[in-house]
Design a protein around this ligand. Sequence first.
Ligand code: 3PG
Length: 308
Amino acid sequence: MYKVLIATEKPFAAAAVNGIKNIFDEARFETVLLEKYTDKADLIKAVADVDAMIIRSDKASADVIAAGKNLKIIVRAGAGYDNIDIAAANEKKIVAMNTPGQNSNAVAELALGMMVFMARAQFKGGSGSELAGKKLGIHAYGYVGKHVATIAKGFGMKLYAFDPFIDKAAIEKDGVIALDTVEELYSTCQYISLHIPANDKTKKSINFDLLSKMPKGATVVNTARKEVVDEYSLKRILEERPDFKYISDIAPDCHAEIVDKFENRYYATLKKQGAETSEANINAGLAAANQIVGFLQNGITTFQVNKF
Ligand code: 3PG
């Protein structure tokens, strides 16, 4: 009998956990639940004898992977798999998967909510501005970017995107202007919504040079990863441009330095909220469970993100 660990420091909604358990019960797999753990040692202990593991932003680091003596597959119930040490997984021939698209509407709704929050002076009572007619630059046009476009259209925003990996015609079909360079996106748009993954090429890539190209009244919304924004540049632009605003779903490392100083132009969640809806938990959690059953029973590797 296969044994599957659900390791979620930030737990799924109960309905998602029940749904995942039902899928594993039907497959005659045993489910082990490790929620709200605060010590990595608990994860290392829990992974020791399982065949598969579902995680969210939990870190599947090399030592966690090494501890999983029977581990065959790790599924990140979500989009970004920068929390899985892929080299360590490859070395042990462990399949790593994500569940692309499953939580993207939740993240997109938050991105637009964050735009409204910043445009309306953080609901502190001051006069704000409207999103209608403003230019929104969608930086990376994957599942989340596409949802952002759909919702932003309802607000009457003018839509632009930059994504070198997606055919321009596919973007323009959605009524979004596809730009050729990232520089053009930043110099055109007053609002930028970040949807790039965090990897060696993108980390710290949102730098002063790019940010300083944005027109007056600039707002950057980051529901991607804090690591993609260069924090030195962020502090500098906030300092030099009194019109510049930044909102992030999860605080940057420099949060304590900037939170009071720029309180009306900066906001960050202290725990990642993007995928924190029961719908997203159910979509991503059940997809993860089905992918594990498909792999362990039938060797199905759709959504595998590593190669070994
Ligand atoms: C993702 O990459 O899917 C999101 O960042 C969601 O992360 P979470 O599952 O930890 O909320």
